[in-house]
Design a protein around this ligand. Structure first.
Ligand SMILES: [Zn+2]
Length: 104
C-alpha cells in the first residue's frame, strides 16, 4: 500500500501568474497513478476506520476481498447476488438430500 501511494500523483502548489493553485505531479505511469488513487481510500479506512471489516469472501472458489459496510458487520460474501446465493442454494440442496434419505 505504501509503495502504491508513493508512486502515484502527488499534489503540489503551482504559481499561475499571480495566483497559487493546487496542481499535481504524475507518478511514474498512469497505472501507478491509478493504483495510488485506489490505495488512498483503503489506507484511510485502515488507519481511521475499522480494518477488521476488510474481508475475504467465504466462497472457496471466489476469495474476492471486500469491505463490510453492513450495519451488523457480519457479512461473509463479496456479493449476495452471486456467492451468497450460491451458498444458500448449496445449503438448500444439502438439506433436501438429507431429508430425502431413508431413515434407518
Ligand atoms: Zn465471492
Amino acid at each position: 500500500m505504501n509503495s502504491a501511494l508513493s508512486s502515484g500523483a502527488t499534489p503540489r502548489l503551482e504559481l499561475d501568474g499571480t495566483t497559487v493553485r493546487i496542481g499535481h505531479r504524475h507518478g511514474a505511469s498512469p497505472v501507478d497513478d491509478a493504483l495510488a488513487a485506489v490505495a488512498a481510500p483503503i489506507v484511510g479506512e485502515v488507519g481511521s476506520g475499522q480494518p477488521e471489516r476488510f474481508r475475504t469472501c467465504a466462497s472457496e472458489t471466489c476469495r474476492w476481498t471486500f469491505y463490510d459496510a453492513s450495519p451488523t458487520g457480519r457479512r461473509r460474501w463479496c456479493d449476495m447476488k452471486t456467492c451468497g446465493n450460491r451458498a444458500k442454494a448449496a445449503r438448500h440442496r444439502q438439506r433436501a438430500r438429507e431429508e430425502s434419505r431413508p431413515r434407518s
